[in-house]
Design a protein around this ligand. Structure first.
Ligand code: ZN
Length: 246
């Protein structure tokens, strides 16, 4: 059930307590991939996970702006502070919990959101308002995960599978020419760079040519299967806090 398309009576009559909130970002993804890449991928993975489970799941509209100041030198990038983001996610989850949708998986498409989502998930859960746990798709795709990058092989592959019209194929050579091979500028296990523009000329990290449509299909299958397993686990879990158990 997508909340965007459902009516309030549909929600009143549904039996489930399980919800998904896709979380994206609006930020540069190189010259070849759209600013909304993380919105598209988060929604696609959320759909793929939900369609694999027997439980009814309420799917909220995507949260489209996240913690992305590290891309601020690239036009069109939007961001909010981690504090604003955490508060927004928390209140959005609380509104779901108000209707009994109090087991929530935050399906994330953006690396910059990871720490804030983990933190807010813990806060929501410990305070007893709901149970909330983040899932970041590119951490859940097996050996592919090591090649994540940015606008690189994984994201470009998933876009080629889910929304090929959004990939500017005629700019792939340009994307490859200005790319970095890895994220950050590391010395003694410290990342000296705060902004992506310090280590990548055009915002790309990794080779977008290494992610064809077939790979995107496999990524969606892996991420969808992983999310489905998580949804089943969250549905079955004793989410009461240990200190409140008998
Ligand atoms: Zn991205």
């Amino acid at each position: 059930m997508r909340l965007r398309d459902a009516t309030w009576t549909d929600v009143r009559d549904c039996e489930t307590d399980l919800a998904v909130v896709p979380v994206g970002s609006t930020e540069q993804h190189g010259p070849h991939a759209p600013l909304g890449t993380d919105v598209v991928t988060a929604e696609a993975v959320a759909d793929a996970g939900i369609e694999r489970v027997d439980h009814e799941v309420a799917c909220a509209p995507v949260i489209p702006i996240g913690v992305a100041e590290e891309h601020r030198q690239f036009p069109g990038t939007m961001w909010v502070s981690a504090e604003t983001f955490r508060n927004y996610v928390r209140e959005a989850v609380e509104s779901l919990a108000h209707h009994g949708l109090d087991r929530v998986v935050l399906v994330n498409g953006h690396g910059g959101n990871v720490d804030a989502l983990r933190e807010v998930g813990g806060r929501i859960t410990r305070d007893g308002d709901a149970y909330a746990v983040p899932f970041t798709w590119f951490e859940a795709v097996g050996e592919h995960s090591a090649e994540m990058g940015h606008g690189g092989p994984l994201e470009t592959a998933l876009l080629r599978h889910c929304a090929p019209e959004l990939v500017r194929e005629d700019r792939i050579d340009e994307a490859r020419a200005g790319r970095a091979e890895g994220w950050g500028d590391w010395v003694s296990y410290s990342n000296l760079a705060y902004d992506a523009a310090e280590f990548t000329e055009n915002g790309v990290v990794g080779d977008p040519q290494a992610g064809d449509e077939r790979r995107g299909e496999e990524l969606l299958e892996l991420a969808g299967d992983a999310l489905a397993r998580l949804l089943e686990a969250v549905a079955e879990r004793d989410v009461s806090r240990p200190e409140r158990r008998e």
